[in-house]
Ligand binder design. Structure first.
Ligand code: AMP
Ligand code: MG
Length: 425
């Protein structure tokens, strides 16, 4: 039984899965997406502080990267015309050019220069011969007919061209992008201001770490989940604690949050029984829709506006928080941060285990990707999929996404998976 005392109304699993009012996952996302725009407000931050931020303007390259034609190998810079048609040719070595230095003069036919990787090509040279491919004796360098004119040279601007837009507005700065900004020699870059997000948990049963559990109480985990998720997203997160299931306290919390936050995220109190009471408050403070989404876990979701702030009311069950975060809240906040996020990466693999599934809802089961004995990538369930079993997420590295109409899935069937983490941040 839930805290508001009505086991039938409050238990989503007791409601029909074919409820015509249920909103498909894609339709719910489309409604959220079209309703959101990036926050206004741009700031210039020093380049390193742009990590994890979203570019507010396109970045145009002021220089060619690399700035000059240079050697891709340690070896000898030559004129391509000096490569013999057959047999060998002997060239005279006229100098050495190290990275960060230049060689004066113009390389003439019959000459070569010792060159190190990254060193600028001497004037007149257009080809680099790997040092392993030559025979050197004093200043005599013997090359063979196997070489190709133009090889082992990195042309100026092969990475980024002067005047070209190299990063678009709306691009999140990750590892590679920070390196690119560095390669342009930029001291600071324009980014959207940080998104301010207030979050709190609702429920009389919730106890915060540091206090002992009273009768019927549990420790609040959702605020930890949301804290982690918001940190990873680079939001400026404000933890407003646990709010009891009391209309006045809740109304005050929402009004407080709306006074400073761009977005408010709560968990709990949006299932059918609870929603009636939260709905009354919301009707006073803003415009919020209470949706039943055809997904599991994470059926109820409230979305709307309170004052100037966007509101996401997530269900209370800990795994539902994770599922609704990934499917809706994270992409929504990214949109508010100035990105236009792509749908989550999905690929198909064989399930190594049977999966139980009821038609009429999209299920986000938790899975582990691994290789089977034949070396094929397969997914295995993490076991019990109850929406209170957070361990099912901790053990997992992907969602197994079972579509709306699918029923039980037998081992060996191809299924869609969404990996939790990419390689690079
Ligand atoms: P509710 O959506 O408020 O009906 O809550 C659904 C279930 O999630 C109940 O079993 C709650 O006790 C549990 N729950 C709600 N909020 C939290 C939380 N912050 N941490 C852990 N469990 C929670
Ligand atoms: Mg509750």
């Amino acid at each position: 039984m839930t805290e508001s005392g009505n086991p039938i109304q409050n238990d989503p699993s007791c409601q029909s899965d074919h409820d015509p009012q249920s909103l498909p996952v894609t339709a719910a996302w489309e409604r959220i997406r079209t309703d959101l725009a990036p926050v206004r407000g741009i700031e210039r931050v020093s380049t390193r502080l742009a990590l994890g931020r979203v570019l507010a303007e396109p970045v145009t390259s002021g220089i060619d990267v690399p700035a000059h034609d240079n050697a891709a190998m340690d070896g000898y810079a030559i004129r391509g015309n000096d490569i013999p048609g057959s047999g060998n040719a002997t060239l005279r070595c006229v100098g050495t050019v190290m990275a960060g230095h230049t060689l004066d003069g113009h390389l003439q036919s019959g000459e070569c220069a010792r060159i190190m990787t990254g060193a600028p090509m001497p004037a007149g040279a257009d080809t680099v011969i790997m040092q392993e491919n030559v025979h050197r004796d004093g200043d005599q360098v013997v090359i063979t007919a196997d070489e190709k004119a133009g090889q082992n040279v990195r042309p100026a601007g092969e990475d980024l061209r002067q005047g070209e837009i190299v990063l678009a507005a709306g691009q999140r700065v990750g590892t590679a992008e920070l390196g690119m900004l560095g390669s342009l020699g930029l001291v600071e870059v324009p980014v959207y201001r940080r998104l301010r997000v207030a979050f709190f948990s609702t429920g009389d049963e919730l106890c915060t770490a540091g206090s002992s559990l009273g009768p019927g109480q549990i420790y609040d985990s959702n605020r930890y989940t949301l804290y982690a998720a918001l940190q990873a997203l680079g939001a400026e997160a404000t933890d407003m604690g646990v709010i009891s299931d009391d209309p006045d306290t809740m109304e005050k919390a929402f009004a407080d949050a709306a006074s400073f936050a761009d977005a408010i995220i709560t968990s709990g109190g949006v299932s059918v029984g609870d929603a009636d009471f939260v709905k009354t408050i919301m009707n006073r403070l803003g415009q919020v829709g209470f949706w039943k989404i055809a997904m599991r876990p994470g059926r109820p979701l409230a979305f709307g506006t309170i004052g100037e702030a966007r509101f996401f009311g997530l269900p209370g069950n800990p795994v539902s928080v994770v599922a609704t975060w990934y499917q809706f809240v994270q992409p929504a906040l990214r949109r508010m941060m100035g990105e236009d996020p792509e749908p989550p990466t999905t690929f198909r693999v064989r399930t190594a285990t049977d999966l139980r599934k009821r038609p009429g809802r999209t299920e986000f089961q938790r899975g582990i990707l691994q290789r089977d004995d034949a070396g094929e990538l397969v997914v295995t369930t993490t076991g019990s999929q109850g929406s209170g079993i957070l361990r099912s997420v901790s053990l997992a590295d992907c969602f197994i996404v079972l579509p709306h109409d699918s029923g039980d899935v037998a081992a060996g069937t191809m299924v869609d998976v969404q990996p939790f983490h990419g390689v690079m941040g």
